[in-house]
Write a protein that binds this ligand. Structure first.
Ligand SMILES: Cc1cc2nc3c(=O)[nH]c(=O)nc-3n(C[C@H](O)[C@H](O)[C@H](O)COP(=O)(O)O)c2cc1C
Length: 335
């Protein structure tokens, strides 16, 4: 069935196809049709970071940037949903076209640049959902906030998200916001983790609710950079890490579109993402949970992440290329 839907969606450019797919999903949900499209998931629930996940397969950030489709996406069978990346103020993102499908290679290049309606609008949307499952809110900085003031953007979004998120993600790894990845380095990362850690303690006490936060990292870090990141994650006892975001590398892709600027996801990302995961596993030694994401296009790819240290996994490109049957395939393979 999804092959037919995909055939029509792939006639359009990826951004148009995305909007068509999401609107159709919303209508299908409204008409009660998603009940027939989804099956019961047979999978062991997981407990992590004080949260209970019905199954270990989540939706990665970027697909539902403004938290507009949580109710219908949850009906596809995900064990958890992550919305965002959200910034303090709304921003349009980069000029179009800004998303490219590498169909043969099962990859996507995007340079959206955090197009979003801002954290306040997203929180309004979240307040309206009926969803009771695990919801992650992924936050970032506005494109025009100087990098030395970025911490404040994260702080604003963290405070506004706190009561509405099951967990919060600091996205410091998108390649499409100038200098953002500098926040993964040196004193900048230490300051960010220190400030958010302190705020988490204040809000925990104030609201008597503990909301874990995770750091989302890039697959393009050297081992030296990763070693530094791990040291800080351990020093500040950060709740978790998400590995990985998209890559700037073009290794393994050769079609004309591969020359487009932006972050590459999907199958061509699998190996570099896996390498990062393996490194994290060795350095973190089970002390900090890892969510594995990047290049999961089959049940086998998902199991590979779990076997190499991921406690949970997320998909984005796999959903576009394989449809939601991939969620069932992953749950069957992982159990
Ligand atoms: C079109 C597109 C937009 C994305 N937007 C975001 C985003 O806003 N924030 C974020 O943290 N990751 C974003 N990502 C990265 C994904 O969450 C994920 O980390 C990455 O695509 C690797 O997973 P995949 O190979 O399953 O797609 C985006 C990915 C794609 C393809």
């Amino acid at each position: 069935m999804y092959n037919i839907i995909r055939f029509f969606l792939f006639l359009f450019n990826p951004e148009v196809a995305h909007h068509l797919a999401m609107k159709s999903l919303k209508i299908a949900n409204y008409l009660g049709l998603l009940r027939f499209a989804t099956k019961r998931i047979q999978c062991r629930p997981r407990s992590l970071m004080g949260l209970k996940f019905d199954n270990p397969v989540g939706l990665a950030a970027g697909l539902d940037k403004n938290a507009e489709y949580i109710d219908c996406l949850s009906k596809l069978g995900f064990g958890f949903i992550e919305v965002g990346t959200l910034t303090p103020r709304p921003q349009p993102g980069n000029p179009k076209p800004r998303s490219f499908r590498l169909t043969k290679e099962e990859g996507i290049i995007n340079r959206f640049g955090f197009n979003n309606d801002g954290i306040d609008k997203a929180i309004d949307n979240i307040k309206k959902t009926k969803f009771k499952g695990i919801l992650g809110i992924n936050i970032g900085k506005n494109f025009d906030t100087p990098i030395n003031e970025a911490v404040n953007d994260y702080l604003v979004c963290f405070r506004k998200s706190y009561l509405f998120a099951s967990y919060i993600v600091l996205n410091v790894s998108s390649p499409n916001t100038k200098n953002l990845r500098k926040l993964q380095e040196g004193e900048s990362l230490e300051e960010l983790l220190k400030v958010i850690n302190k705020e988490q303690k204040i809000l925990h006490k104030k609201y008597k609710k503990y909301v874990p936060f995770l750091l989302k990292i890039s697959p393009d870090n050297t081992n030296l950079q990763l070693s530094f990141i791990c040291k800080l994650l351990l020093k500040y006892k950060i709740d978790g890490v998400i590995a990985t975001n998209t890559t700037l590398s073009r290794s393994g892709v050769s079609s004309m579109k591969s020359e487009e600027a932006g972050g590459l996801s999907g199958l061509p990302l699998r190996l570099s993402s896996l390498k990062t995961l393996k490194y994290l596993k060795t350095k973190l030694n089970g002390k900090i949970p890892i969510i594995g994401v990047g290049g999961i296009m089959s049940g086998k790819d998902g199991k590979e992440k779990i076997d190499n240290g991921a406690e949970l996994i997320q998909i984005y490109s796999g959903l576009i290329f394989k449809g939601h049957k991939l969620i069932y395939e992953l749950c069957r393979e992982i159990r």
